[in-house]
Structures are given as C-alpha cells and as structure tokens.
Design a protein around this ligand. Sequence first.
Ligand code: NAD
Ligand code: DAU
Length: 348
Amino acid sequence: MKILITGGAGFIGSHVVRRFVLNYPHYQIYNLDALTYAGNLENIVDIEEQPNYTFVKGDITDAAFIDSLFETEQFNGVVHLAAESHVDRSIKDPLAFVKTNVIGTMNLLNAAKSIWNGDYEGKRFYHVSTDEVYGALGAEGLFTETTSYDPNSPYSASKASSDHFVRAYGETYGLPYVITNCSNNYGPNHFPEKLIPLFLNNIIQNKPLPVYGDGNYTRDWLYVIDHARAIDLVFHKGKHAETYNIGGFNEWKNIDLVKLLCAQMDQKLGRPEGDSEQLITYVKDRPGHDLRYAIDATKIKNELGWEPSVTFEEGLQQTIDWYFDNPEWLANVTSGAYQEYYTKQYEE
Ligand code: NAD
Ligand code: DAU
C-alpha cells in the first residue's frame, strides 16, 4: 500500500501519520503538507527517519502539482485531513477556506479518479470531516449520520461542500470513498488558537481567558489519539460510500470546561485553588456561534467496535502534562505571526 495522508504536519494529521507509519511498516506513507501557520514538522520529528515515511511539501490547491504527484507515486489510498480548520479565521477570510477545503479537495478527487481510472480494487479515498456540517443543536438531540447538513460558518460551509463533492464522486464516478464527521478534538500538538490550548497557554502566562458570549455553548470533546484510532479503523474496516460519526460521548458547556481546566492547571502550577478562574473574562460573542454540538457515535461503536479509550479528565491531564513537557514547542508556535493573530482577534 502506498498511502497519501494530507495535512500530516497539523494537529490531528500528525497523530494519524505517526499511527500509520508505526503500525504499518509494510505501507509506504507519504505526508503532504503545505506547512501553513498550522503545520509544524516538530509535530512528527520522532518518525521522520522511519524507512516507510516520506514528507512532501506542497499545496493541495495546486492542481498541476497534485496531478503530477499522483501520477508519479500511484497512491492506492488517500487519507485527507489538510484544511483550514479554525472557525474564527474563516469569519475573517472565508475565501481561503473555499480554496483549500473545497478546491483542494476537488484537486485530490480529480487526481485519484484520474490515476485509478475506474480500477477501484484495493483503492480508498478517506475524507476527514467535522460535525459542524450539521449546524447547531438545541438543548436536546444528537447528530446522527442521517442528520441534514445545515452549516452556519464559512468553515463549516466549506467542509460541507467538500463532503458533498466526495459523495458526488462516489455516486457519479464510483470513486470508493468513506467520510467521517468528528466532534471537537483536544490533546498534544493542538495549535493555541483553539479553546483548550489557547486557554492553557493563557493560564501559564496569567493572561485573560476570553470566553465568548455567556459561555453556555456546548461541545463534545474527544482525545485526539482516540480520533486517530478511529481513522485507522475506518480506513481499514469501514464500508465504502458510508459516513461514520465520531464523538466522545462527552458534552461540556464551555464555561464548565474552562473551570475544570483552571482547577487542573492550578494544581499543576501549584497555585491556590480558584486562582486561574479569576482570569475568566467574558468577551464579545463569535458571530453565528453554534449553540451545541453532540455526536451519536453508536454506528461506529456497533459496526466497528470503536469507543473512546480515556475519560475527559484523564485526557485533559495528559494534554496539560504534554504542554508542560514541551515548553519549547509552545514557545516556538506562539512567537512571530501568532502575536499578530492574537492582537487582531482579541485585543483590537
Ligand atoms: P490543523 O489546522 O491543525 O492542521 C491542518 C494541516 O493542513 C496543517 O498542517 C496545514 O499546514 C495543512 N494545510 C492547510 N492548508 C493546506 C494546503 N492548501 N495544502 C496542503 N496542506 C495544507 O487542523 P486539524 O485540527 O488537525 O484538522 C484536521 C482535519 O480534521 C481538518 O480537515 C478538519 O476539518 C478536521 N476536523 C478537525 C477537528 C478538530 O477538532 N480540530 C474536528 C473534526 C474534524
Ligand atoms: O466540532 C468540530 C470542530 O471543532 C472542528 O471541525 C474545528 O476544526 C475545530 O476548530 C473545532 O471548532 P470549534 O469552533 O468548536 O472550536 P474552538 O476551539 O474554536 O471553540 C470551542 C468553543 O469555545 C466554541 O464554542 C467557541 C468557544 N471559544 C473559542 C475560543 C477560541 C471561546 O469562548 N473563546 C475563544 O477564545
């Protein structure tokens, strides 16, 4: 097997690449990544010398480059994670999300269709998507695989569009595909623009914790290594032309999650109980903020036997420990362009 993983220098992609490289030494794993602000080769430095691993720096929006890469390497499988992934950035620059998430996905679909040329035996196009495509839930109910798409942010609209194209290539050209829609991930290597790593870093720095709106928004959190386990399983055992929802069975209101993080951080830092909570600052809400996401992951559980392996408290503690063990990683990613982003998003 020659497998192309896109976005493997990012948060989730790096855990997927590591898992595939180490668990399947007989596969050749190619990691294609443009190394945007979110891509970081430090995330996968431990596997870069493995004989079955190749890094390719390149942009999925460049159709000619993608065509020639597929032509040369003749991949049998694609696991597509590369994306612009942050909702707040999509509100400021929606077109960047259309380019990477929609056009980039199209380029990969076209290249796979072209080299596979109707011979689909042993081939698979795995598209990694999000629960945000389903829109917002009220206080009750869960997203299932048959919930209608109803995206509200430019990010989720671009991901929904890419999902539709993947499905359309399956229906129209018979391309063998599988899609997963996952809930909010957290864990090591998470870029500190997203809630958990941003607040963790701000607590260390004694900076305000900017809670959007009233903080009563709800997300379903999953440890990133459990997501990588699920991707491995679906890639190998999932049925063609199917969608699987992946979630943590783990809903938290933002404000409750932030208080738990503050308590665990106070312990870790040896600060008095309640100290970090004083940093909580309610700020202007995110436009179009989805009230609640929650996944019904029964299908993947029943069909493929997947379940999260850690509780949220355990996963959060492991995440905190990782950031404390890797201060240079945090220092590197928060220098330079990060400061400019932070000022624009939170201080202007
Ligand atoms: P991330 O932002 O951490 O990483 C994205 C990676 O893609 C980076 O390495 C970046 O350099 C690369 N990339 C971006 N544009 C590219 C381009 N044009 N060409 C090549 N590479 C490019 O993202 P993440 O959080 O790891 O998310 C990975 C995937 O999982 C995305 O498709 C996202 O929609 C999906 N997802 C994320 C979450 C989550 O909670 N983070 C949940 C569900 C689904
Ligand atoms: O649900 C899956 C999605 O989860 C993924 O598809 C996205 O790629 C990923 O970024 C994530 O999206 P969210 O918008 O839910 O994640 P974020 O960490 O940005 O925000 C989580 C919640 O915390 C959300 O309700 C907004 C809130 N928030 C976020 C930030 C960055 C704050 O209150 N303050 C903040 O500063």
